[in-house]
Design a protein. Structure first.
Lengths: 190, 190
């Protein structure tokens, strides 16, 4: 019942056709599906089923915190998330939301969320790579999508490319090529 | 890119707060999460990670067929899906959509979709049970939700209860209790 609310957490990026902004639940499904199809680009031995599980739970805290956008949004006062790792509000949200579960489930799902945030396992690094890849894929295939609106430049995306590369060298290179080609076409400022 | 379209396939049921109708992508995420939390109600030995995978792909064909609703909808001419198992349009959709993938992925994902449809494994029966449980959970907790709109009665839901019971005896009993209590409260016609 509680997690139904993630369907009402609206992200900054849109669907690939640009028709509306995406919500956290459908985004979580999409990146879970990416894990099911992009597995050949994960380091050998990566447990892809755990990658799926990490991605299904990774945004649950946004039920309380709202979408954590990584870039400055002109005219918005809500601070965007510039630092790596969860802030105090995010940790409080995790405590409340996972705390609704019985003990064994609380421990198991919280551990998945912590693993994703900490990025110490190859599963978490690959999961995070897919999470960062998704909006680049969408904007690249939608003539720049929301990049112009939020004044995102190729330079801003360097951090995403680094994180994608840490999860998968081939996907990191792929993201860099998409960004280059978006700049070349005039869909993204350098 | 292609599966982004599932975010635009609108189901008949609403979010639990009734604010809007649910789409296929966020529904698929929600039932995947149900698999991650309801596992103790699956028969011993059920591979819950495969249940999650089955649920993430189970509605992909609706990109072509649209939502397959199981009850008659007054004033709508599109036939609702009364029979168990996929019709010819559904199979054509599966061929097209999974056919977009490279061979190895096509075989693997199509096998998951076939497994879900055929319900011959305990994983598929449990996955299908969760798929049928989700709208009952939502409507039960939303004063009957869309049941009245579509003239769904407790008798119509007997088929869902049977399918849930085949996947999980405890969840079948739970669904039956929710339906009984919805009838008792006047939120569902007998």
């Amino acid at each position: 019942m509680e997690i139904d609310k993630l369907k009402r957490v609206i992200r900054r990026n849109t669907l690939i056709d640009g028709s509306r902004r995406e919500n956290g639940a459908e985004h979580s499904w999409h990146v879970g599906m990416l894990a099911m199809t992009m597995g050949e680009h994960a380091p050998p031995g990566t447990d892809l089923e755990r990658v799926v599980a990490l991605l299904l739970v990774h945004d649950l805290v946004e039920i309380d915190t709202g979408d954590c956008f990584r870039h400055d949004v002109p005219g918005e006062t809500r601070p965007s998330l510039q630092q790596d790792g969860p802030g105090p509000d995010t940790l409080a949200a995790a405590t409340r939301i996972f705390g609704l579960l019985p003990h064994d489930q609380r421990v198991r799902l919280r551990a998945l969320w912590d693993e994703f945030e900490e990025r110490r396992t190859q599963e978490a690094r690959f999961a995070k790579a897919l999470d960062r890849l998704a909006p680049i894929l969408a904007n690249h295939h939608n003539e720049g999508g929301t990049w112009a609106l939020y004044k995102v430049t190729a330079r801003h995306l360097a951090d995403s490319v680094r994180i994608i590369h840490e999860g998968s060298a081939t996907l990191g290179a792929y993201a860099a090529r998409m960004i280059e080609s978006s700049v070349a076409r005039g869909h993204l400022a350098p």
